[in-house]
Ligand binder design. Structure first.
Ligand SMILES: CC(C)(COP(=O)(O)OP(=O)(O)OC[C@H]1O[C@@H](n2cnc3c(N)ncnc32)[C@H](O)[C@@H]1OP(=O)(O)O)[C@@H](O)C(=O)NCCC(=O)NCCS
Length: 208
């Protein structure tokens, strides 16, 4: 997709390192001192659950300024069925272009493409302040619980959007985060050595 000042296209193999660098910049010190997301995307691209047809980058003046990706996962329905769904992320925009509408543009385009491929719903952990603008709501409203979360715990981070209206009607069940998202801190540290040094800071608002 081409708009007046940027293009969204599929990621290419030759983009990989640049994209990992942009994800590192985008997530650095946001949720924890440093970040792991650049290693996460490095690992996810080789995961069988990775959806390569939904692996997008945003390009502006020959430079990559954003990325988003999706993975296949499931809901274990309380009646024993297993329902295929998508999860999404990481999604990132380079720091100097955040809060200018690029993230929403990339997100909405990616969701449109996921819907066109026939996927029924997308669920993930995120901030309703951003994703609410793109049709997401709390997953609990769809009857879906987050795996391993104790009864009564805050689940407002867990979001859902149906891509096929009614896809989750009549369903209650538990969503599973794909294993590929869980990386070892030591592996992140090792991987990070390939990038320019960056200071890890403990900042207010970080959640880890
Ligand atoms: C989250 C991110 C992808 C959003 O992209 P963006 O280009 O900055 O967002 P947009 O400008 O398109 O924002 C769209 C709306 O969401 C809101 N928003 C953006 N980031 C937000 C955030 N972190 N929390 C709450 N609301 C947010 C904006 O205020 C805007 O709402 P408005 O139009 O009513 O003002 C980007 O800020 C980013 O890369 N952040 C760091 C990495 C990250 O947190 N990724 C998401 C992990 S779940």
């Amino acid at each position: 997709m081409k708009t007046n000042d940027c293009t969204i296209r599929l990621e290419r193999t030759e983009d990989y390192r640049e994209v990992e660098g942009l994800v590192r910049e985008s997530f650095w010190n946001v949720y924890r001192p440093g970040c792991s997301e650049h290693f996460v995307i490095h690992v996810l691209r080789d995961d069988p659950a990775f959806v390569k047809e939904l692996d997008f980058v945003m390009e502006q003046d020959g430079r990559l300024i954003g990325q988003n990706m999706f993975m296949r996962t499931v809901i274990n329905v309380d009646d024993g069925r297993v329902i295929p769904v998508l999860t999404m992320g990481p999604i990132g925009i380079v720091p100097e272009l955040k809060h200018r509408g690029y993230g929403k543009k990339l997100l909405d385009y990616s969701l449109e493409k996921a819907a066109a491929m026939g996927f029924g719903a997308v669920l993930f952990e995120g901030n309703i302040g951003f994703y609410g603008h793109s049709g997401f709501d709390y997953a609990r409203k769809f009857g879906i619980r987050y795996h391993d979360l104790p009864e009564g715990a805050d689940d407002s981070f867990f979001l859902c959007r149906e891509l096929i209206p009614g896809y989750l009607n009549g369903i209650t069940g538990v969503y599973q985060t794909p294993q590929g998202y869980y990386v070892d801190d030591a592996d992140v540290e090792e991987f990070d050595k390939a990038f320019p040094p960056k200071e890890k800071l403990k900042l207010p608002g970080q959640i880890f």
